[in-house]
Design a protein around this ligand. Structure first.
Ligand code: UD1
Ligand code: UDP
Length: 372
């Protein structure tokens, strides 16, 4: 029996862990635990994802909660180490780029436990982002690097990381989307009716990057962008808790055409994304999900770790340029009138809903000693 520990802590980790947990559970030779650091803890930032994604309640919750990076990561290190000294897993799996990802990988690597990183090699080349620091460190100390696309391989090659540790498996978020699509389709009318929205007649917004919301000037700039965009089409804005705090500090009152709502569960959020005319976001996951759903994405950042979505034509890096954003929205509205909602994209290799299957095959081989 091999003991595998999946480390999660924040919203994007839960969404990525869902399909992998399910796939690992099919293997009688694996004993799988979910370790939740407690980085996210509100019901609609945490519990709801376990319920909706058919995950069991976490086997362990370290309840670390919020705090500055040092304190939050430090507490995770102490508590994860204590747990692993007791449980001694054979493999630790970490997802993406959050502080929970970093802490899990660091503890495991120092204890000589094999580490697998899902979404390895993804780079924004922006070291002011805490996520970029986390990704670089985690990739350097992981044994199995599961890469989503060829850009990731190039990035890791540039960093001198051995190709033998890399496995092109695709993007696991597409597994989550595929597995839950029937439920999403079944509920989409209800979700739209509840918010009084019509399909392809509104834009969706998500903003939460520290660089976008903790810098007041930048946030004011984004508020202006939202106001301008709302003059063209209604907008719906599920607000991340970090953003909620900053907007209330600023005394933000949205214009009439902007619906501010609480963060949504995964199914409701994807139902809204799928039916939106476009999404404006700084989220990593949403850039890729919109690509799969063929929804135009305007990324409110100066860089992206998802170059592949730019090259596929679904995502435009608009940064904070109001004229460019207005121009893109006009184009989307016009194209939608003529051609209907879908934009044409080629499919991306292995973004096909079978990523978790590929990962589990590699993990099995790694235990048989064939690799790493
Ligand atoms: C974290 C990740 C980021 C990811 C995002 C996904 C890091 C460094 N950042 O950012 O990469 O894109 O999650 O959503 O790991 N809060 C609550 N309730 C919660 C969780 C957070 O109120 O359940 C508030 C707290 O005030 C907290 C703030 O949000 O201080 C930020 O939370 P934190 O987990 O530190 O960072 P995120 O911005 O969520
Ligand atoms: N998401 C969600 N509800 C929301 C906003 C986002 O379920 O209100 C999902 C989204 O579909 C994606 C994940 O949360 O799967 C992405 O999380 P987030 O944008 O917080 O983090 P990032 O991907 O930027 O790290």
């Amino acid at each position: 029996m091999k003991k595998i520990s999946l480390i999660v802590g924040a919203r994007p980790n839960f969404v990525k862990a869902g399909p992998l947990y399910k796939e690992l559970e099919k293997e009688p030779a694996f004993q799988v635990e979910i370790l939740h650091t407690g980085q996210h803890y509100d019901v609609n930032m945490s519990d709801i994802f376990f319920k909706q994604l058919d995950l069991p309640a976490p086997h362990v919750n370290l309840n670390v909660g919020s705090g500055p990076h040092g304190k939050q990561t430090g507490e995770m290190l102490i508590k994860i180490e204590k747990h692993y000294l007791d449980k001694r897993p054979d493999l630790v799996v970490v997802f993406g780029d959050t502080n929970s990802t970093l802490a899990g990988a660091l503890v495991a690597a120092k204890m000589g436990i094999k580490v697998a990183h899902i979404e390895a090699g993804v780079r924004s080349f922006d070291m002011s982002m805490p996520e970029e620091i986390n990704r670089i460190i985690v990739d350097r100390i992981s044994d199995l690097l599961f890469i989503p696309d060829e850009y990731a391989r190039l990035n890791l090659n540039e960093e001198g990381i051995s190709t033998s540790r890399m496995f092109l498996v695709g993007n696991i978020l597409m597994d989550t989307l595929s597995q839950h699509m029937n439920k999403i389709i079944a509920m989409e009318k209800e979700v739209l009716d509840k918010l009084d929205l019509a399909s392809k007649a509104y834009g969706l917004i998500t903003i939460h990057r520290a660089g976008n919301v903790d810098d007041i000037e930048r946030l004011r700039n984004i508020i202006t962008i939202i106001k301008k965009a709302s003059e063209k089409t209604p907008l719906v804005f599920p607000v991340h808790p970090r953003t909620q705090s900053r907007l209330s500090e600023l005394g933000y009152i949205p214009s009439n055409n902007v619906k501010l709502i609480n963060p949504l569960g995964y199914l409701e959020f994807i139902a809204l994304l799928k039916n939106s005319l476009f999404v404006m976001t700084d989220s990593g996951g949403v850039q890729t999900e919109s690509s799969f759903l063929q929804v135009p994405c305007l990324t409110l950042r100066e860089n992206t770790e998802w170059l592949i979505t730019l090259s596929m034509g679904t995502n435009v890096l608009v940064a904070y340029n109001i004229e460019k954003i207005e121009e893109e929205i006009n184009k989307i509205i016009e194209t939608n009138k003529i051609k209907g909602p879908c934009i044409q994209v080629n499919t991306i290799k292995y973004w096909d809903g079978k990523t978790s299957e590929r990962i589990v095959n590699v993990i099995k081989e790694s235990f048989e000693g064939d690799i790493v």
